[in-house]
Design a binder for this molecule. Structure first.
Ligand code: NAD
Length: 414
């Protein structure tokens, strides 16, 4: 195989780029999957923070990215359309990683596809089902890969549960609870500027991880959604749903309750609170899948606080930079595995396909395998998010999801 590195443009230089995407992509650059790295943000401030990040500098000595706008640009000068120039300058069939606020994914992904680029988008891909379909069709027509970064799919416990579920070892999912509460300090972050009631909510932001995971494990389609929220104010006065409680009904009658929020105490040990329990039914007995996803058995008491607390549950499973046999440190965890899976797929397509039909064949195989989330195999998430947004803005009204030739959501009076 002629495995050439793909130049990679990350659009968005915020928290997820700092915590997961850039360190993963730096490591993939070492491995010859990624070539030149460019990061485009709205202004230079987050890019300067990325360039100054001491942990990243120590882990990836000598590795750099090109900043757009340049780091010398005044931090308060905004460049909302600079990503278009960056896309236009990228050679065709390279990699674009989309890491901007949720509602902005759609126009950027379309623009990237129109410029003949493969795409990896952070979750949720988009906020409406028809947008998912438009992306799927355009990408397939052009033979371009689009992956959605639902990294929990790459957690070994999720992969194992998927296998055992398929083997019938738990029975059929019937009743479950999931939760993901992010720390309180998020309220002081850039979230204040975009996490507003009209745009998103905790269910859409993080609940979607567990909605995707239950589908990933069981293959059951959600048929109705109801989400209620608790409104509050960010320090800058903007109103947001700071807590949410959602309920999803599945095609077999199963129910999943999902609670989320931006309110896990900063001084508590977990750094956040997350996990799920799924009860299943078999022949005259029940089965269960129980994942405690924030306390994975490691507890440290540091000399100085890590975050706000000295005593911490530490999960090495999502993303950590650890010593390795090379210089600096390397990323480990399902956060890295997930990014690597999509970028390696793009490289494989480029290395093995010399015509459109061959590209389309690989893309359809990835859709069918259902491991990497794609627009075609994770579209239920867009239906659920679309339903959830309608529901939370209507005080928890029940929103049904219809499948068939024309999948769509329908708000009821309930
Ligand atoms: N667990 C997860 O999967 C996870 C975790 C965090 C965030 N996310 C997702 O990642 C996305 C970004 O979240 P975040 O926490 O990094 O947000 P953030 O607010 O920290 O960063 C957003 C970035 O987008 C950039 N941006 C905004 N408009 C732009 C434009 N016109 N051109 C170029 N850049 C622009 C900003 O400069 C900023 O760097 C969201 O969709 C979020 O849902 C996923």
């Amino acid at each position: 195989m002629n495995n050439k590195p793909l130049d990679t443009l990350i659009i968005g230089g915020g928290m997820i780029t700092n915590d997961q995407l850039l360190p993963s992509i730096y490591h993939l650059q070492r491995l010859g999957v990624v070539g030149e790295i460019t990061i485009c943000a709205l202004n230079s401030a987050p890019l300067q923070a990325l360039a100054d990040n001491a942990e990243l500098r120590a882990a990836f000595p000598g590795q750099k990215f090109t900043a757009l706008p340049a780091l010398t640009t005044p931090p308060d000068k905004m460049f909302p359309d600079l990503f278009k120039d960056a896309l236009a300058k990228l050679r065709p069939h390279q990699a674009v990683v989309v890491a901007v606020p949720d509602w902005f994914h759609y126009p950027i992904i379309l623009e990237a596809l129109r410029h003949e680029q493969h795409v990896l988008s952070v979750k949720p891909l988009v906020l409406e089902y028809q947008q998912d379909v438009a992306i799927e069709h355009l990408a397939l027509e052009k033979g371009l890969f689009v992956g959605v970064e639902y990294h929990k799919r790459f957690d070994r416990r999720a992969l194992q549960a998927k296998r055992f579920y398929a083997e019938g070892r738990f029975g059929k999912f019937i009743m479950g609870e999931a939760k993901l509460h992010e720390p309180y300090y998020y309220r002081h972050s850039n979230f204040q500027n975009w996490f507003t009631c009209d745009k998103t909510d905790p269910f859409t932001y993080v609940g979607c991880h567990y909605v995707d995971l239950v589908y990933f494990i069981t293959g059951l389609k959600p048929v109705a959604v109801s989400v209620d929220g608790v409104r509050g104010k960010f320090p800058n006065g903007k109103e947001a749903f700071l807590w949410s409680s959602g309920r999803v009904r599945y095609e077999n009658g199963a129910l999943l309750t999902v609670t989320d929020g931006l309110g896990y105490p900063d001084d508590a040990a977990g750094s956040n609170d997350q996990g799920m329990i799924m009860y299943c039914e078999g022949q005259n007995r029940s089965g269960m899948i129980h994942h405690d996803d924030h306390e994975r058995g490691i507890r440290y008491a540091f000399l100085e606080p890590s975050g706000a607390a000295r005593y911490r549950y530490v999960s090495p499973d999502y993303f950590r930079l650890v010593p390795w046999e090379g210089d600096g440190a390397k990323p480990v965890g399902y956060g890295y595995d997930s990014v690597a899976a999509s970028l390696q797929t793009m490289q494989r397509i480029e290395a093995t396909c010399d015509n459109l039909a061959a590209r389309q064949k690989i893309i359809r195989e990835i859709d069918a395998a259902g491991i990497i989330a794609t627009p075609a195999n994770s579209f239920i998430n867009e239906l659920v998010v679309e339903a959830a947004r309608q529901s939370i803005l209507a005080d928890g009204a029940l929103v049904k999801i219809h499948y068939g030739k024309n999948p769509h959501v329908e708000k009821t009076n309930g």
